[in-house]
Design a protein around this ligand. Structure first.
Ligand code: 5RP
Length: 222
C-alpha cells in the first residue's frame, strides 16, 4: 500500500496557507520545518520574503526532502543538536480533529517531525480543508517501525486486533530517513486515539506513532 493520505490535492489552499504562515515568521529566528507539500509551498514563499526583506533565518529540517529544497533555495540549514530550542516550527498534518489532535506521517517523516515540534516554542500547523475531521476515531495511523524482527512486531500489533499494511515505494518497502519502515494501521472506531497511542507507542520495535495528541498548536486554516 502507498500512503493512505493523498498529497496532491488542494494546492490553491496550500499556497494560501503558506502565504499566511510566511507572514508570521519573525526575523533573526530559528525556524523548524516540517515535511510535506504544504511546507514545500511555505518554503518557496518564505525564500521570496527573505530576499525582499533581507531576513536572517536559520532552518532545521525534519526530512531529507525538505532539507534538499532548503538547500536549493540557498537557505541556511543547521542541525537540531546545535540549538537549545527552535523559535517557530511550521508543519502540515494529515488529519486535525476538533481538539487539535493530529494524525501525521502521511509522508513518512513522523519521528523527526515530532522532534522538531517538541523543541519549538511556537508550533504552527498548516491544514487545508481536506484535513479536518470531527474525531480521529477509526482513522489509519502511520507507525515507524524498525526493520529488525519487523514481521514479529507486526504480528504482535495484529494480535491486539489491528490490521496493518507495510507502506510501499514501488516494489520495495518505504524507507524513512532513519532507515526504518512505515506501517499503516487501520483502527476501529471503538478504540480511542489515547488507547491506541498507549498500546502502540510502547510496543518494542515501534519508533514513532503518527498520533500527535494534547499538544499546543496554532492551527492555520483558510
Ligand atoms: C509527513 C506529514 C505531513 O505533514 C503531512 O503528510 C501533510 O502533508 P501535505 O502538506 O503534503 O498534505 O506528516 O509525514
Amino acid at each position: 500500500m502507498v500512503s493512505p493520505y493523498e498529497k496532491n490535492i488542494n494546492n490553491e489552499e496550500k499556497n494560501a496557507l503558506a502565504n499566511l504562515a510566511v507572514s508570521l515568521v519573525k526575523n533573526k529566528t530559528i525556524i523548524g520545518l516540517g515535511s510535506g507539500s504544504t511546507i514545500g509551498f511555505f518554503l518557496e514563499h518564505l525564500a521570496v520574503r527573505m530576499k525582499e526583506e533581507k531576513l536572517q533565518l536559520k532552518f532545521i529540517a525534519s526530512s531529507n526532502k525538505i532539507a534538499e529544497q532548503a538547500d536549493k533555495l540557498n537557505l541556511q540549514l543547521i542541525g537540531i543538536e546545535d540549538v537549545p530550542f527552535i523559535d517557530q516550527a511550521f508543519d502540515g498534518a494529515d488529519r486535525v480533529d476538533l481538539n487539535n489532535n493530529l494524525i501525521k506521517g502521511g509522508g513518512g517523516s513522523l519521528f523527526r517531525e515530532r522532534q522538531v515540534l517538541l523543541k519549538a516554542e511556537q508550533r504552527y500547523i498548516l491544514a487545508d480543508s481536506s484535513k479536518f475531521t470531527k474525531s480521529l476515531l477509526g482513522q489509519i495511523i502511520p507507525l515507524e517501525i524498525v526493520p529488525f524482527n519487523a514481521s514479529f512486531t507486526i504480528k504482535r500489533i495484529e494480535s491486539l486486533g489491528y490490521n496493518i499494511a507495510l507502506r510501499k515505494d514501488g516494489d520495495n518497502n518505504f524507507i524513512t530517513d532513519n532507515g526504518n519502515w512505515i506501517a499503516d494501521v487501520s483502527t476501529q472506531k471503538s478504540v480511542s486515539p489515547a488507547d491506541i497511542y498507549e498500546q502502540l507507542k510502547l510496543m518494542s520495535g515501534v519508533v514513532e506513532i503518527g498520533l500527535f495528541l494534547n499538544v499546543d498548536y496554532y492551527i492555520l486554516q483558510t
